[in-house]
Design a protein around this ligand. Structure first.
Ligand code: GLP
Length: 244
């Protein structure tokens, strides 16, 4: 769907998430959400916080799994995705701390594989992700699944693309300080979600959105794999949709 502006689009996505949470609540069930970081989903989180404060939306029955985290990364660092999620969402809602899952950037190298397998297993044991929200990087990455990622990939350690590190340089005060690695859910992990929403705003994303939506399906642009799923919605503003 294409919206006039990112605010309208963000409100629509937040309402969809709120509806899911409420319908699960009504059945006495948990809602299992896959969450994303970056500038793109901030408006969704702002609206969810507003719905919590002003419309009584509770997150007590919500379990979250974040897509990714830089590696290595201390959770307390300003650039960590832990800090991002608490600042933009978790600190402002009534979610239980134990229900928050974010890849751990503090692991020793030899602990990473076991952690990643446990992350996958935990999602599975909860019945899978009800909804995964995504942004898109200019390399066409989703999560941190850079070009070359396999369509059936699981949660794992990856090496970040040069363009991705350049785009992140602003947050780290220079590219040299951007970690070279990350832990990310895989394309396969994302695909198993019952519903996927990819959001993109602004002219800066128009070109990669054109490739993701209309381009040949290929590992060169990992987001093109989403064309193979029946459960994906692209939520765009007019600028991001301008090349379609
Ligand atoms: C990072 C994140 C992605 C995100 C992308 C785009 O690389 N790991 O999940 O989609 O950035 O970020 P932004 O929304 O700031 O453009």
């Amino acid at each position: 769907s294409v919206y006039n502006n990112q605010h309208e689009a963000s409100v629509a996505v937040a309402n969809k998430i709120a509806d899911l949470i409420r319908s699960k609540q009504a059945k006495g069930e948990k809602a299992v959400l896959g969450l994303a970081t970056g500038v793109t989903p901030i408006g969704v989180y702002t609206e969810l916080v507003r719905l919590h404060k002003e419309a009584g939306l509770s997150f007590k029955n919500v379990i979250t799994f974040n897509l990714d985290e830089y590696y290595p990364m201390k959770p307390t660092a300003a650039q960590s995705y832990v800090t991002f999620m608490y600042d933009n969402l978790f600190s402002h809602i009534d979610i239980e701390k134990d229900n928050i899952n974010i890849p751990d950037g503090t692991l020793d190298k030899d602990e990473v594989v076991a952690f990643c397998l446990a992350y996958e297993k935990k999602i599975e044991e909860l019945g899978g992700l009800d909804l995964q929200i995504l942004g898109i990087g200019r390399t066409g990455h989703i999560g941190f699944n850079e070009p070359g990622s396999a369509p059936n990939s699981g949660t794992r350690m990856v090496t970040l693309d040069d363009l991705t590190r350049r785009d992140a340089a602003r947050d780290f005060g220079g590219k040299a300080d951007v970690p070279t690695k990350a832990i990310t859910m895989g394309i396969g992990t994302i695909f198993k979600a019952r519903e996927i929403i990819l959001m993109a705003w602004n002219k800066k994303k128009a070109q990669i959105i054109k490739k993701a939506v209309e381009g040949e399906i290929s590992g060169d642009v990992p987001a093109t794999y989403l064309q193979l799923s029946q459960h994906v919605e692209f939520v765009l503003d007019a600028d991001a949709a301008s090349e379609l």
